[in-house]
Structure formats: C-alpha cells, structure tokens
Ligand binder design. Structure first.
Ligand SMILES: Cc1ncc(COP(=O)(O)O)c(C=O)c1O
Length: 380
C-alpha cells in the first residue's frame, strides 16, 4: 500500500549510513557523535539501585520532581535564571523529542521558521511535518558567523520561530555576546519564539561562556531551551533530555509531550536527579573534552588536514582540500572503506549551500581510538 509521504525528501540519516559502513568495514567510527568509553559506573549503580527499589512504572508526565528541581537549580546557579520546576521544566525522551515537541507546539500550517545551516538533521523535518516552511539561512564557511542582516530581512509576519544551536553541531562554533545583542534587537517586541538547542551547553572551550537563552530576559521569555543528559553524562543511548521554557510555552509544550511519549524512563530520571543535585559530571566536562580536542589536533599536526577552530561540542571539522578535490560525501565514503576512519560529510547538514571541503570528526573517544585514527589520517 502506498501512502503520500509527509517528508518526501527524508531518507536514512547520514549517521546511520556512516555508522553501519564503519561497522561493516571495521573502520574506526569517528562519525556519529557518541563516546566509545563508559559513563561513571556510579551512575549505572544508581539506576540499578532505583530499579531494584521498584521505581519501574510510569514517571509523572512532566518528569520526576527531584530531577525537575535539580534542573531548575542548575539554571539558577549557572545562569541566574529562575524556572519553576512544576510549570517550566519538562523531562523528555532525549533532546530530539524536546526539539520536535517545541516546534509542533508552536508551528501552524503556513508558518515560517528560521533555521541556520549547517543544522542538526531533525530541525527541518520537524518544521515540515507541522506544515511549516523552513526559511534556511546559510552560516558562511569558514567562520560560520550568523549574518544578522539577512536574518532581519528574512523575518515576515508569518515568522513563528527561530531555531538556534550553540555550541553548534557540526561546525563547533558558539554564539557570543554580540550575537546575543543582535538577537535581542531582532526579536524584542515581536511574537517570535526561539527553540534553542543547547545540548552541548557543558562542552565549551578556551574559557568561553555558554550564552544560554536563559541568561537574557528578552530571550528567556520566548525560548524553549533544550538539554540532553546523553551528551553530559556519556549516555547517549539512554535518550533522556529536558526542556525549560516559561509557563505559557511549557503548557503548550506538554500537550505535545503528553501524547508523543507521555513520560520518560523512571529509574534513569531518579539516578540523574542524584547526579545533578550533587553537581557531578558537568562542571569538569569542558576541560575533559578540551584535552581530547587538543590531543586529536596534536596527533594531526603537520599533516595535510587543516583543522577549523573547535570552540565547543565534541566535534572537529578538518579541511581536506590539500588531500583531494573529491566531494565530501565521496571522500567520506572512500576514507572509511580504504583508510578505515569514518567521519560525517557536512553536506548532510546543508540545504542551500554547496558543501565546503571539510569532514566532521567526533573526538568523544578513548585516547587510544583517537591515536589509531590519527595514525591512519596522517598517512594521507
Ligand atoms: C545539535 C543536537 N541536537 C540534539 C541532539 C539530540 O539529543 P538526544 O540524543 O538527547 O536526543 C543531538 C544529538 O546528536 C545534537 O547533536
């Protein structure tokens, strides 16, 4: 039986393709963004303890109170932002669910949503499945700065939302204080909402500050801020995240969350609540990943790979123009099959712009993995 696709241009994601190719060929997988090392064993013990103690039935729809309170306390201490755990914090089944529900809560058929490319692959489908139109604005290679004049020109009476991601996957750049000022000037006094994907909030380098939407009144008042425990606690497979947003936005958000997943894994929420309350893991995460970034770059020094600046996330873009003229997809496939290192071509994150000659490598890997991968890469 044939049905009319709501997402005709969507196929298997590049992450699935490259991870499968890496598994089939035995290549080192620096493609999909997940650690190849274990999380803190105490976190696993805590989950097991909560399971044994019988916390195995549905959690409250909005999330376990202890976890919502810990999330609100974190925003207060890091950003001086007061979120009410009862009415403004929702635990979701990963950041992906949070993004989808935020878009679906706001976007009506015919509405426009401003999206910056390169962008995470779920953004545009989330807009389109709600009948919205993604207005894609290109961040320009190689610094990926936001062209705020273009954003201003793209705003129409139908603009319902701006989707942001800082630190940015795949380009590893961050919004700075000037970007925030430009954004405030743009949205102040308008009905435009913001979906701010901050899943890499705790992975930010060289002493820079994470400019959360929560820090700025005009932005906080209109933002759904999306977080992910998968990134922060090295447990991407657990798929637990959260969304903080003002009460009126959260009310609509929860109507979606209620019927998309209803609630999120119970024992994991209890364990995460303990870790977050004790401020475990996240304060040292930037230093942990900055060391891995620096190790990876040191190992590649003197090779034909030219690194772009990685300011946050656990990704590093490498310019391969001194190695080959191939398109990024062709080269990424050949690099996996012939040289045993899987990466992600940035064309997978682009809609309008042609892809530059760079590949994205994930350095959330054991030092040995990075060393073996670099030994292979430097031979090119
Ligand atoms: C930019 C960005 N947003 C959202 C997500 C999804 O987060 P989660 O795994 O918690 O669904 C990812 C995961 O790779 C990501 O890179």
């Amino acid at each position: 039986m044939n049905i009319t696709s709501k997402l005709p241009s969507v196929g298997t994601t590049i992450f699935t393709v490259m991870s499968k190719l890496a598994a089939d060929t035995g290549a080192i997988n620096l493609s999909q963004g997940f650690p190849d090392f274990d999380c803190d064993p105490a976190l696993v013990d805590a989950v097991a303890r909560h399971m044994r103690e019988g916390r195995n039935q549905y959690a409250p729809m909005q999330g376990v109170p202890a976890l919502r309170q810990a999330i609100a306390a974190k925003y207060q201490s890091l950003h001086g932002a007061a979120y009410d755990p009862d009415t403004e914090v929702t635990v979701t089944s990963g950041g992906t669910e949070g993004i989808f529900d935020a878009v679906a809560a706001v976007v009506h058929p015919g509405d426009e949503v401003i999206v910056f490319e390169p962008c995470y692959d779920s953004y545009v489908p989330a807009v389109e499945v709600s009948g919205g139109k993604a207005v894609v604005i290109s961040l320009r290679y190689p610094d990926y700065a936001v062209p705020w004049d273009e954003v201003r020109a793209a705003i129409t009476p139908r603009t319902r939302m701006i989707m942001l991601n800082s630190p940015l996957n795949p380009a590893a750049v961050i919004l700075d204080a000037d970007d925030i000022a430009a954004l405030v000037r743009l949205v102040d006094g308008t009905p435009i909402t913001i979906m701010s994907d901050e899943v890499y909030e705790h992975i930010i380098f060289d002493g820079a500050r994470h400019e959360s939407m929560a820090r700025h009144d005009v932005l906080r008042a209109r933002s759904f801020i999306v977080g992910s425990f998968g990134k922060t606690y090295h447990v991407t497979g657990w798929k637990v995240g959260y969304v903080v947003a003002p009460a009126a936005l959260t009310t609509e958000f929860r109507k979606l969350h209620q019927f998309v997943t209803f609630s999120t894994n119970t024992p994991i929420q209890y364990a995460l609540a303990e870790f977050l309350t004790e401020k475990r893991g996240y304060p040292e995460l930037s230093a942990f990943y900055q060391r891995k970034r620096d190790l990876f770059l040191e190992l590649l020094a003197g090779s034909k790979w030219k690194p772009l600046k990685s300011r946050g996330t656990y990704f590093q873009l490498l310019d391969y123009s001194a190695i080959t003229d191939e398109k990024d997809m062709d080269f990424a496939l050949r690099l996996t099959k012939e040289h045993g290192v899987a990466s992600i071509p940035t064309s997978a994150f682009l809609y309008n712009q042609s892809a530059p000659k760079v590949l994205r490598f994930c350095f959330a890997k054991k030092d040995e993995t990075l060393k073996t991968a670099a030994e292979r890469l430097v031979t090119l």
